[in-house]
Design a protein around this ligand. Sequence first.
Ligand SMILES: [Zn+2]
Length: 141
Amino acid sequence: MNSDCLFCRLIRGDLPSHRVYENPDFVVLLTIHPVNPGHAMVVPKEHIGSFYDVEDALYTSMMFLVKRMALAIKDIFEPLQVVMETSGVGNRHVHVHVLPVYGLYDLVPREVVEEQEAHALPADELVMIAGDLAAYLASHP
Ligand SMILES: [Zn+2]
């Protein structure tokens, strides 16, 4: 537990939250700033600052819980799609957003999508990037 961490304080109950589910390793909370109603966060109880540091067994059980939440959101809210998004820029408490979306602009502002579409990468650059990533994965099994 980290006393400066918002998520640790929510998990401890120092701050009020809307707790959807809890087991020995995780809590699921509703965000107070939802993209759409039903927007939840799967949060490990242990303070882990980066996804790079989540050990494999905990990561696997976290993603099973994310899937379980996605199915619940799908059945209750009937969105176009349920999206999961890892969060945190910088060193924060690892968590996964699970949220219903009803269209592309729920998540990405129209200006950002238009900017992306206007600056599509040329095919040869995509080939080079795919090659770099494939080579990395091949050398880091
Ligand atoms: Zn924390």
